[in-house]
Design a protein. Structure first.
Length: 193
């Protein structure tokens, strides 16, 4: 039996992209800074506060927004959790297929998920981590396209120390980056960003 868990589900709530940030902090102390198009020169990855203290997530977000990537990032966050059971890290990143044609059909995300599952099994990935892939309808403006985005929520299992949880988190981000870097859709349809 694998030490990790990997699942895929669909949330039909939906969202608009781009979305605005909110000036009011959440209960957990974090804040929604809104969508930033990292493929343009308008924003920089250094403008994203959530990535300042998380080099592993920062590297993953950089890769998703490379010119040869088939994706663009939508949002992200991460943090440490301390509880009676021990320590863990929790976070997410959301991305979408950067093609006006492919983004419209949720089926195009399944091979990305399935091939990730296959890679985890064949590589012997053994970090104790839960990966939850969640597809969600998304309205992309100003292109006026209805499509889908995908969030990957990553939760490490509880560990005895924060350092152990951080290692598991870094391994999880690293294996996701290693997998997602292989997708390029630039020749199918027009890029959204």
């Amino acid at each position: 039996m694998a030490d990790y868990r990997n699942s895929l589900s669909i949330n039909f709530q939906g969202k608009g992209i781009p979305y605005p940030g909110t000036p009011i902090p959440r209960e957990d102390g974090g804040q929604n800074f809104g969508f930033m198009n990292l493929r343009s020169n308008e924003f920089s990855i250094d403008d994203i506060p959530e990535l300042a203290a998380d080099p592993a997530l920062r590297s993953l977000i950089l890769m998703l927004n490379r010119p040869d990537s088939g994706f663009f990032s939508i949002g992200c966050a991460s943090g440490e959790v301390a509880a009676e059971q021990g320590f863990r890290r929790s976070g997410y990143f959301e991305f979408a297929i950067n093609s006006d044609e492919l983004i419209q059909d949720a089926q195009h995300y399944f091979p990305v998920f399935f091939q990730f599952s296959q890679m985890l099994m064949s590589s012997g990935f053994s970090s104790q981590v839960q990966f939850d892939w969640i597809l969600e309808p998304a309205s992309i403006t100003p292109q006026d396209i209805d499509g889908f985005s995908c969030s990957v929520i990553v939760n490490t299992f509880f560990t005895a120390t924060p350092e152990q949880a951080l290692v598991a988190w870094q391994e999880a981000c690293g294996v996701l980056e290693k997998h997602l870097v292989h997708y390029c859709t630039a020749s199918i349809g027009q890029p959204l960003y």
